[in-house]
Design a protein around this ligand. Structure first.
Ligand code: PEP
Ligand code: MG
Length: 316
């Protein structure tokens, strides 16, 4: 019955007083697209492209294979928004032909955009395939880079996008605390930010996302993580640019309200969470979300932060 009620309410994401927060889907491959459409996603906020590279660990996939895969996702959201993330190899997603095998700390080594800047032909191949895939489609394509640490990274990525002739908005993920701290400087080079809260938590708390023993520190309700989110959204707002969230944090309906209160402009999550986030957001005003965000940030632990936000949102 609950599921039926959720299915009944599709439509765009918004607070009860009409503040729009587009609800987008995280997609790990063409197989996830149907679920995203079914859930009423307003587009794709994170298209992870790693799946294309898993079949052959010795070289990049052909342009033809890439164009076909990108086009499949782009066509599923005609006139919607699709944010494609270029390859995020290394650390928890190693690839034999790209990832150095001898790093003592792979999560702190050559991964994400760092890998692509060391292998510009792979980045160029992806961007060119994306340009071809989007050609002639009405879709609103955005492209972003993972693991961007500073303005120089953002500048290098933006230059690669331009050189590939890509007619798309170019943005970066905020996954490294330095990028959140200096978000305004990063935004001089690109048009949007997307917070990857999984890695941002990992790097903020020096807590490996793959190590269960430190999972307490991976909790996205940690007030320090919320502070970094606020730095990024404030910078984006000052620059007149958007700042979404595409990490797991966006899938928690209560936290989605807090993120909205912090000024996040879109929420991207696994399709299964979209109906729940949509329903919860629709019950609260933007002002309530803002009060919940302040209460959450005033707490001293993830646990207390959640309790404080819940109290505000349930009208206590
Ligand atoms: C993140 O780090 O929050 C993120 C969305 O990227 P991934 O989980 O693919 O590293
Ligand atoms: Mg990440």
């Amino acid at each position: 019955e609950r599921k039926a009620a959720l299915d009944g309410a599709k439509g765009p994401g918004a607070t009860s007083d009409g503040h729009k927060v587009p609800l987008l889907a995280n997609v790990g491959g063409p197989a996830d697209v149907d679920a995203a459409v079914e859930a009423g996603a307003e587009g794709v906020g994170l298209f992870r492209t790693e799946f294309l590279f898993l079949d052959d660990s010795t070289k990049a996939p052909s342009e033809e294979k890439q164009v076909t895969a990108y086009r499949q996702v782009l066509e599923a959201f005609p006139e919607g928004r699709v944010v494609v993330r270029v390859l995020d190899a290394g650390a928890d997603k190693p690839l034999d032909f790209l990832t150095p095998g001898d790093e003592p700390n792979p999560a702190l080594g050559v991964r994400g955009l760092r890998t692509l800047l060391d292998h510009p032909e792979v980045l160029r191949g992806q961007l060119t395939a994306l340009a071809k895939a989007a050609d002639g489609l009405p879709v609103y394509l955005e492209v972003m880079a993972p693991m961007v640490a500073d303005r120089a990274d953002a500048k290098a990525f933006a230059a690669a996008c331009r050189e590939a002739g890509l007619e798309a908005k170019c943005g970066v993920m905020v996954e490294v605390p330095s990028a959140a701290l200096r978000a305004r400087s990063v935004l001089q080079e690109v048009e949007f930010l997307s917070l990857g809260t999984n890695d941002l938590a990992q790097y903020t708390f020096a807590a490996d996302r793959q190590v269960g023993a430190v999972s307490r520190l991976q909790d996205p309700w940690q007030p320090a993580l919320l502070d970094l989110v606020a730095l990024a959204t404030e910078a984006a707002s000052a620059e007149g640019k958007s700042c979404g969230v595409c990490g797991e944090a966006a899938a928690d309906p209560l936290l989605a309200c807090v993120l909205t209160g912090l000024g996040v402009t879109s929420l991207s999550m696994g399709a299964a969470s979209i109906p729940y986030v949509r329903a919860t957001l629709a019950k609260h005003t933007l002002a309530q979300c803002e009060r919940a965000a302040s209460a959450a940030r005033a707490a001293d632990s993830a646990h207390d932060s959640r309790i404080a936000a819940q109290a505000v949102l349930s009208g206590e």
